[in-house]
Write a protein that binds this ligand. Sequence first.
Ligand SMILES: [Zn+2]
Length: 380
Amino acid sequence: MQRREFLATAQRGIAASVTCGLAVPAGLASVTHPDLLATRFAAPNSQPPTTPPANPAARAVTGQPAAAPDKPAVTENSAAGEKPTAGNDAVAADGYPVKLEIIDCHTHFYDPGRPEGVPWPGKGTSLYRTVLPKDLRALTLFRPLTGTIVVEASPWVEDNAWLLALAARDPFVVGVVGNLQLGDPEFAARLKRFAADRRYRGIRVSSSAVKERVERREWREFQQLADANLALDVNGGPDTPAILARLAPQVPELRIVLNHIGNVRITAAAPPADWRAGIAAAARHPNVFCKISALVEGAARDGQSAPGELDFYRPYLDAVWDPFGDERVIYGSNWPVSERAASYSTLQQLALEYARSRGVPALRNFCAENSQRAYRWRPS
Ligand SMILES: [Zn+2]
């Protein structure tokens, strides 16, 4: 059924690099395919994705309070060891809220078994298998996930529709960050088409594509995203935050999400000064958010295994969290790519333990409320 639906709308995108994170260590090298080109052909029966009502008009940017969360009813079934506080504010003996919404804001889903295959991941890699939300839910987790925002790594235009169809079938997928190429002459039309689906919450682009436009002072596509109430995810190397610091004030209504803390290499040494300066510069703009994701990949560069001790990551996390603050840091895993560096449970525990050290309100923000500010994934 889903494959036939896909075929009915098959239309492939323009040539583009296919990456997920900036992973280039030996163990992860096969994850990245910068030279992979997708062929293009016309759609026999191109149709828009099934669409619920369009985005609400709300366009206020960051710093504004998020919509009131859809809090579940007050709990009666207190866990053992829970402090005698009421309802959603109850905190268990381990310091975590009994009710904690956790949206993993950086996952990848794909199905190499569909007739047209996938442009990413490459054949012969451990990632080359069907990966769907149910597979994520089946993992051993440190804390249960309540939803995810999936990020499209494939440059095929119709894969935006494929993810939207997946999200339509599975409400666990609360949002889709799609993949459209800046510079595509059909960018505006494609943006309009996909943004008609409420689940479409933004697109991801490379920092090099952003840098070109910053240097040419070309803001049109960014403004179109902002006008559509969509967010811009940006993936690239440690110079990415500094690039975003130049983009952000030019399009202040655009919500920008730095991916993977800029893919800095995490080591026992102090964080690099230039990366730190870029992070601080980006964080000065209230429309820039930072996704704390791909942490274990950052620590597994050059092929070494990712440490499981939070102290190893702490200087890097401090360098991000201090300037961005409690309201602009977002949880993401980068699963399944992350599995090559550490288990989901390990990476999740590292991120959540750090966030919890900032206090329970900060933890709640990190796990769900900040992504609501950035992506507006919760219909208001
Ligand atoms: Zn990724």
